[in-house]
Ligand binder design. Structure first.
Ligand code: PEP
Length: 254
């Protein structure tokens, strides 16, 4: 972690929690942690809970994210949700290009770019996910894959548009598997991402952008991961679903 970048812990609830469960969780976690000054917490519930959570997610340091969106502003796209609708619901962030969207719903680098563009245009910050599958890591292609995904998502943006972008490095082999990249493995990919951002943009952007690590982050490994220079926070699935474990993540110390 670098003191110039505010650490961010994001909860990706995927397709978990009914409305009442989501509300109960957010009420408890805010009570347990109190307002946050030196870190930011982002909750990404299912679409169905966004409106209710906007009403109660009032504590300092907390904000709301959606897990996905369409790239068009409106139109005949049955079942889709537009960035403007999410902004209207109080979302500050949208997760874009999560590996589950890429693997299960056919998302490509091009659709990730379209969504990233639409999210920025609507006035929110995208959390752009990149990461290699196990076979790519074993073939030594991790850096190449991550660079290609980053360029695919972010090419053509101006430094001003990039100001609030967050990148999440999520090795696919570590998501929901209990296998975490070691802090050193994660750090070397985060450094590669930062170098790729410098090549795509400039030094200011390179130093400003927060890069989260995701993949079986839990209370027992968060401190070591966040101790690394280029790891600015975590995107968390499984361990964000229980108030106890999420509270420990939010209260990380390095
Ligand atoms: C995720 O879904 O983004 C994720 C990192 O999940 P988990 O923490 O369960 O590996």
């Amino acid at each position: 972690m670098n003191p110039d970048r505010r650490p961010l812990i994001a909860a990706n609830w995927k397709m978990h929690k009914t409305l009442s469960e989501a509300v109960a969780f957010v009420e408890s976690i805010q009570k347990e942690t109190g307002p946050l000054a030196d870190r930011e917490v982002v909750i990404a519930p299912a679409f169905t809970a966004l409106h209710a959570l906007r009403e109660i997610l009032r504590q300092k340091g907390y904000s709301l994210a959606a897990q996905n969106c369409h790239w068009e502003e409106k139109g005949a796209f049955t079942g889709e949700v537009s960035p403007a609708m999410l902004k209207d619901l109080g979302c500050a962030y949208v997760i874009v290009g999560h590996s589950e969207r890429r693997q299960l719903f056919g998302e490509t680098d091009e659709t990730v770019r379209l969504k990233t563009t639409a999210v920025i245009k609507a006035g929110m910050d995208p959390i752009v996910c990149v990461g290699e599958v196990l076979a790519e890591r074993e073939r030594g292609q991790t850096f190449e894959v991550v660079r290609r995904q980053l360029e695919g998502a972010l090419r053509g943006f101006s430094p001003a548009q990039m100001a609030g972008v967050v990148v999440a490095y999520e090795p696919v082999w570590a998501i929901g598997t209990g296998k975490t990249a070691t802090p050193a493995q994660a750090q070397e990919v985060h450094a590669c991402i930062r170098a790729a951002l410098a090549a795509l943009f400039d030094k200011t952007i390179e130093n400003k952008i927060r890069i989260l690590y995701g993949g079986s982050v839990k209370p027992s490994n968060i401190d070591a991961l966040l101790s690394e220079q280029d790891i600015d926070g975590a995107l968390v699935g499984g361990a964000s679903l229980e108030v106890g474990s999420f509270k420990s993540l939010v209260q990380f110390t390095i």
